[in-house]
Design a protein. Structure first.
Length: 155
């Protein structure tokens, strides 16, 4: 029987919990993450381009997009609870890391805050007019890294 993981089964997986500082370091370069929330049709997960700006996640969407509308509570100053995930996976070695941010998402509506987040340089995934900036303020940041331990000389 062939080795089902192309030699990787000999290396045991090691899961390492990451502290908040390491999580923020790993996602600091920005890129693509996934936002999860309860939308009008139930649980929703969508990819977005993001930046980490002043310890918050910032991304853009269309002003009247389904996500923009779903993330409005209809209550003044109320914020919508969301999950945001960023990960890096290396399929060949079966290693990687995953960061989960849980917190409040709010529409950036004030002129002062809008001027501030425009400085973040966040771009949109598909391009086009995406004039609604959304900022996620983390309540909880957790992460883990999976590595492969080298096989021992005994085995």
């Amino acid at each position: 029987m062939a080795d089902e993981t192309d030699g990787q089964s000999a290396a045991a997986a090691i899961t390492q919990l990451l502290d908040e500082a390491e999580c923020l370091r790993l996602i600091a370069t920005g890129g693509v993450g996934r936002i999860g929330y309860t939308g009008r049709f139930g649980p929703t997960i969508l990819p977005v381009n993001y930046v980490l700006y002043e310890q918050t996640i910032v991304f853009r969407t269309g002003l009247h997009s389904p996500m923009g509308e779903d993330l409005r509570t209809g209550i003044a100053d109320a914020e919508y609870k969301v999950a945001f995930e960023v990960d890096e996976i290396i399929p060949a070695s079966r290693e990687g890391w995953s960061i989960l941010i849980q917190g409040s998402a709010h529409h950036v509506d004030s002129d002062n805050e809008l001027a501030e987040v425009r400085q973040s340089g966040v771009q949109t995934w598909p391009g086009g007019e995406k004039d609604l900036f959304i900022r996620i303020v983390p309540d909880r940041i957790t992460g883990r890294r999976i590595r492969r331990a080298a096989p021992s000389a005994d085995g």
